[in-house]
Design a protein around this ligand. Structure first.
Ligand code: BJ8
Length: 425
């Protein structure tokens, strides 16, 4: 960052010392993990710039938008429909949940045996280091897993503008009705917050912008089916992570430019790794910035990650919304159709996810799948066991990993991942 943003951070009420510490660590990891990679696509420079300014220029943009009357909505889950937010000329941002912060203080509020992702949300709030969180006019929490829904009861004490969205747990007619009602309520809450009436045209535009972003991410995913893989898993994950922060129009345009370059690289046989490098599919819990631990270990061990079955990945964006409704009701139905397909592990039963992982492994030519669960995340940990049996029955290599955001288990993980890669090679 070339500009001094300290007055802006101060205005947002950030703890400058703790925030400096966060930025320093983030910069160091970015340098060591992302920038040190070889043979990156040139157009990844855009992502490097966005990341270097993620707490600077992007926050400045958000604050300028707020001064012009626009609202900022923070979200933790891919069930929060960005389409509705955009329809009210508001801006949606994903909230940082990818690293430990102020753990000792957090564990005074929620139990130690809570997943890192939830603890991270508390850590960022308690230590006042997330400018996105502090800039948000509304923060949306969702009743998904037990950990989240109970933790939000506590988080509400720290974030008074926390809006809770209830989500179904079953893909039944009643579940669908619940989601429909919740989206209707969310639309009303956003209308009230922004003072903007959401018309059919506005909602269609919101849907179109979001569809375009998802299409660009699908295009990128499709290109990763090539061998040699034209982009590393780390860079692809970074793109998926930045999708939650950046302006959607600018992001879509930039990702399409990256895809143009990747198409050229594929024609020339120019990969991020040599041809026939062992290919890994990553499946499991979402990996928010700056959680790069597992793909970093995998790629350092000589394999390449070719796909992410995760909410920060294909689970989050693979379906588009049919955008031809003529009334708000029809468009809301179309949104529910789209979001009801997300196969998050909070659903029971959730056979679609297992099926999707098997399909992805095949489509991306994966030699093996690594399933990643955060410690204390029952939904994903439990689903990983039948998934392992099913994929192994199909002679597909499968490794289950449970970890957290600390670096304490790095040696042990490295050994297991290296052994797995040796087997699949
Ligand atoms: S749609 S995956 S973003 S809920 S890791 S907090 S499940 S104990 S994150 Fe998620 Fe929405 Fe589902 Fe996606 Fe709980 Fe597990 Fe923690 Fe998790």
């Amino acid at each position: 960052m070339t500009t001094d943003y300290r007055p802006m951070w101060q205005e947002l009420g950030l703890d400058l010392k703790a925030h400096d510490n966060l930025l320093q660590n983030l910069g160091k990891s970015y340098q060591e993990i992302i920038l040190s990679q070889k043979n990156r696509p040139e157009s990844m420079a855009y992502l490097d710039f966005v990341m270097s300014e993620v707490h600077g220029l992007r926050i400045k943009e958000l604050l300028e938008a707020k001064r012009n009357g626009r609202k900022v909505i923070g979200a933790f889950c891919v069930f929060v429909p960005e389409e509705i937010v955009l329809a009210a000329d508001a801006i949606m941002v994903g909230l940082c949940t990818g690293t430990d912060f102020a753990l000792e203080d957090v564990e005074k509020i929620i139990p130690r045996n809570t997943c890192s992702l939830i603890k991270s949300a508390f850590g960022f709030k308690l230590s006042r280091v997330c400018p996105f969180l502090e800039a948000a006019d509304m923060v949306v929490g969702e009743n998904t897993c037990d950990g989240k829904k109970k933790a939000y009861e506590q988080l509400k004490e720290l974030i008074p503008n926390l809006y809770i969205m209830d989500l179904p747990q079953q893909k039944t007619a009643i579940g669908r009705q619940l989601l429909r009602q919740e989206y209707q309520n969310f639309l009303a809450a956003i209308t009230e917050l922004t003072g903007i009436e959401i018309t059919v045209e506005r909602l269609r535009r919101g849907i179109a912008i979001t569809n375009n972003k998802r299409e660009a991410l699908m295009r990128l995913a499709h290109l990763r089916q090539a061998d040699p893989a034209p982009i590393s898993g780390l860079d692809a994950l970074l793109i998926n992570q930045v999708a939650f922060y950046d302006d959607p129009l600018r992001f879509t345009e930039s990702i399409n430019k990256i895809c143009d370059e990747l198409e050229e690289r594929i024609k020339l046989g120019n990969g991020a790794f040599p041809a026939a490098t062992p290919r890994i599919l990553l499946s499991g819990c979402p990996m928010a910035v700056p959680n790069w631990k597992i793909p970093w270990l995998i790629e350092r061990a000589g394999a390449v990650v070719v796909g992410e079955e995760s909410c920060v990945g294909e689970r989050g964006w693979r379906n588009l919304t049919v955008n031809n409704g003529n009334t708000i009701d029809e468009l809301l139905d179309a949104l529910v159709d789209r979001y009801f397909n997300i196969d998050c592990a909070i659903f029971t039963p959730n056979a679609e996810r297992e099926q999707h992982v098997a399909e992805m492994a095949q489509n991306y030519g994966a030699d093996g799948t690594i399933h990643y669960s955060l410690q204390f995340c029952q939904p994903y940990s439990i689903e990983s066991m039948p998934m392992e049996r099913r994929l192994q029955d199909q002679d597909h290599n499968f490794l289950r990993i449970e970890t957290d955001y600390s670096m304490e288990d790095i040696g042990q993980l490295q050994t297991r991942i290296e052994a797995f890669i040796e087997i699949i090679s």
